[in-house]
Design a protein around this ligand. Structure first.
Ligand code: GTQ
Length: 346
């Protein structure tokens, strides 16, 4: 049973003011709003960002603002439910589309928020993460976990665009977001996507030396795609063809706060994802996909991105009858699990 609670207006104005003057606030008028019944209040609105409409504006930013004046030339995919100035896609997720033009360099820095890049378009650019050069190709996932130095360079001939996913809103909210600038990194030999090229087979040195917290920094799309295709081929009855991007030495989430996944939809497949507590982001790597999110229907083409609030189911449909579709997904599951609030409501 839910009782009607006393309102602020029910109290004498002078009393409320007397409290306020002492930095005191009565709980009961606000109790239901901070602890709503059954389901949390979610500011995250189901929102679609179409690449086709965003891309020309990002290219325009390339003309208007030189890289030296931007450091990171990014258009933020901001959720109107949170207010655009908050620059957040969900409570914990930040999304940005970043442009790097041939010859440009985005200087080295490190920061507390964890980031990943999902490469959308172009060849020849790279991110150097703690001295490891990570080449960028469409669909590749590159990690820049908390505290690791990273800078972006471009030796190619055409614009390169990628999707940045960060836990910046969370870090900012807990007053832990800051950055440090650094010198250009010296590139050391060795690439983690070569060292961990096959699942279950890891370099023996791992057991001799102290383990790296983040052994794998680049996940090539060709490997993730092959894994999905193999899974689908292996078991024709498998409905959820999805892989997790994990730390290859521990099997745990690749980063601490946000989870990253790749999903394949068979030709014509419709897949209902259960209502789980974390908010999610869907980005089309290949194909076209319809996403039904909280009463909204988004028709998504390649490189389109949408988000969904937590505690809502999402239905994905591959709009092609003859080709599979591939999605990159980011969510707040690692955070929810660590906080002990993860729920799957079916
Ligand atoms: O590329 O390092 O979208 O530091 C926001 C903050 C990208 C980056 C963003 C960043 C970066």
């Amino acid at each position: 049973m839910t009782h009607e609670l006393g309102r602020l207006e029910d109290l004498p104005k002078e009393y409320v003011q007397e409290l306020r003057d002492l930095n005191l606030v009565p709980l009961w008028p606000s109790l239901r709003s901070v602890l709503p019944p059954q389901v949390p209040t979610r500011h995250t609105k189901a929102t679609l960002w179409q690449y086709q409409t965003l891309r020309p504006l990002l290219m325009k930013a390339g003309e208007l603002t030189p890289i030296e004046k931007a450091e990171r030339r990014v258009l933020v995919l901001a959720n109107p439910g949170h207010g655009l100035e908050k620059m957040q896609a969900s409570a914990a997720i930040y999304l940005g589309m970043q442009l790097l033009l041939p010859g440009e360099w985005a200087p080295s820095h490190r920061h507390t928020p964890n980031a990943v890049r999902m490469i959308v378009e172009g060849e020849g650019a790279y991110t150097t993460v703690n001295g490891e050069k990570c080449p960028m190709s469409r669909g590749d996932l590159i990690l820049t976990p908390t505290g690791l130095w990273h800078e972006h360079g471009h030796d190619g001939t055409d614009p390169v665009i990628w999707l940045d996913v960060l836990d910046l809103p969370l870090m900012y909210y807990i007053e832990a977001s800051y950055h440090i600038n650094g010198d250009r990194q010296v590139i050391r030999p060795g690439q983690s996507d070569q060292q961990y090229a096959r699942a279950g087979i890891v370099p023996s040195q791992v057991f001799e030396r102290s383990k790296k917290t983040y052994p794998m920094l680049r996940y090539a799309w060709k490997d993730a795609k092959l894994a999905l295709q193999s899974m689908g081929f292996d078991d024709a009855s498998l409905e959820m063809i999805q892989v997790n991007y994990v730390n290859p030495e521990t099997g745990t989430d690749a980063e601490n706060i946000l989870g990253y996944y790749a999903l394949m939809l068979r030709p014509g497949q419709t897949l209902r994802l259960p209502a789980r507590s974390p908010a999610q982001v869907f980005h089309v790597i290949e194909g076209s996909v319809q996403a039904q999110v909280v009463g909204q229907t988004f028709e998504m083409q390649e490189a389109d991105t949408c988000c969904s609030p937590g505690y809502e189911s999402v239905t994905l449909k591959n709009l092609h009858d003859h080709q599979p579709a591939f999605l990159f997904i980011a969510d707040e599951s690692p955070l929810h699990r660590k906080l002990g609030i993860y729920e799957n409501r079916g």
